[in-house]
Design a protein around this ligand. Structure first.
Ligand code: CP3
Length: 358
């Protein structure tokens, strides 16, 4: 039996049409998600309950029949396991306390045993069990083998939240530490590489068949800093994970460095199998920089899904035209789907992708 088109595309093999999934495909734009979340005592309660986390992961598969599923969790469970206090206030972004601002703060962080994330692996096993039935319910071209993506935050992005203590507008605290005490900042990144390595490998052992590394804030960095504090640690992480995975596991690794359209020559130093592009990137030009030996994923502006359905269809088609017949393309948004997105527009986008032939 041939592999699912998502895996084939990531390996740059021929496919009947581009595979499609969306970052944050389980989330607040879906009424069925909001219902489970309300019953789970908020977002973290949802993440830590494998039954509900599995349920919300499968919801977008049942509704839309996406070509890939992504485990419902968050990148910030890693600093929590390292000893920080994580909270998501109602209507606010995440908070991590106390913020890490110096060498003593970094020294206090532990490198937890991968077992610390056992609830994530339990969620993964349940999802893998439930995926075939969920895909059959969607009844999209008879497909019922949907690969599950495991993920983590990239060290720099996770470190930004740890140093700032929350989301940030100008990243002054994290950049202050990076410039003032580069050794301490590197020690923090190293601890994150170490913790994340075991976590990703264990996600694969539990059933994840693809890994994605989210570097949401990489684009805030000047190019020389980008190479040292974002791409370097990701490259070490990828090398370590590959060395620990069984040789026959062939798990493609996707690196999504947001806001880096003009720095892809640096980003490709990560050595990933595929690169996620945000909506600012021009696909053909970006791919020319990244090279033929990698797959590319992206990159419809998530806000485009607020437009009329004809605009959604036209913009979707324009991305597919830009890709042309190159093997190795995965359709996605340029960042996570937004909470207020009209659900019908997701359908309008999918209809265009599913009619495309490559
Ligand atoms: O893609 C998926 O469906 C899997 C789930 C997933 C979540 N977060 C669920 C979530 C993934 C892959 C993430 C990654 C993540 N988390 C990133 C990197 C990707 C990105 O979007 O940039 C970042 C930066 C975080 C940190 C984080 N988590 C923030 C900034 C927020 C608040 C923003 C918001 O949308 O409210 C979260 C919360 C969060 N993580 C939600 C979801 C569905 C919203 C929680 C809710 O209110 O239900």
């Amino acid at each position: 039996m041939s592999e699912p088109r998502f895996l084939r595309a990531l390996r740059r093999q021929s496919v009947d049409r581009p595979p499609v999934w969306l970052m944050r495909q389980a989330g607040r734009y879906l009424p069925e998600y909001r219902e489970v979340r309300a019953q789970s005592g908020g977002f973290l309660g949802l993440v830590k309950n494998p039954l509900s986390a599995c349920e919300v992961t499968l919801q977008p598969i049942r509704r839309f029949g996406f070509d890939a599923s992504i485990v419902f969790s968050d990148i910030l469970v890693v600093p929590e396991a390292m000893g920080m206090e994580l909270s998501f206030g109602v209507g606010e972004g995440p908070k991590l306390a106390p913020p890490i601002r110096d060498a003593a703060g970094v020294a206090r962080l532990s490198i937890p045993d991968p077992d610390k994330f056992s609830y994530v692996y339990e969620t993964i096993r349940r999802i893998v069990d439930g995926l075939p039935a969920a895909a059959r319910q969607a009844a999209i071209d008879g497909v019922d083998d949907v690969p599950l993506i495991g993920f983590c935050g990239a060290p720099f992005t996770v470190a930004s939240y740890m140093v700032e203590g929350e989301g940030s507008k100008n990243y002054v605290e994290v950049k202050r530490l990076m410039h003032k005490d580069p050794e301490t900042f590197m020690a923090l990144l190293d601890k994150l590489v170490e913790t994340t390595t075991g976590y990703l490998v264990a996600q694969v052992k539990a059933g994840a068949r693809v890994l994605q590394i989210f570097d949401t804030w990489a684009g805030e960095l000047a190019p020389d800093d980008l190479a040292i504090v974002a791409v370097g640690p990701v490259s070490r992480l990828i090398t370590k994970v590959r060395a620990l995975l069984p040789a026959d596991s062939a798990v493609p690794i996707i690196y999504f460095a947001r806001g880096c359209a003009d720095a892809l020559d640096i980003v490709k130093g990560a050595g990933a199998d595929a690169y996620g592009l945000d909506w600012r990137a021009r696909i053909a030009r970006s791919w020319a920089v990244l090279g033929d030996e990698v797959a590319v994923q992206g990159n419809l502006d998530p806000a485009c899904l607020f437009g009329p359905a004809e605009v959604v269809a036209r913009k979707t088609r324009s991305i597919l035209d830009d890709v042309g017949h190159r093997p190795g393309f995965v359709f996605n948004l340029g960042h996570g789907i937004l909470p207020e997105t009209p659900v019908d527009n997701v359908k309008a986008m999918l209809d265009v992708v599913r009619l495309a032939r490559v």
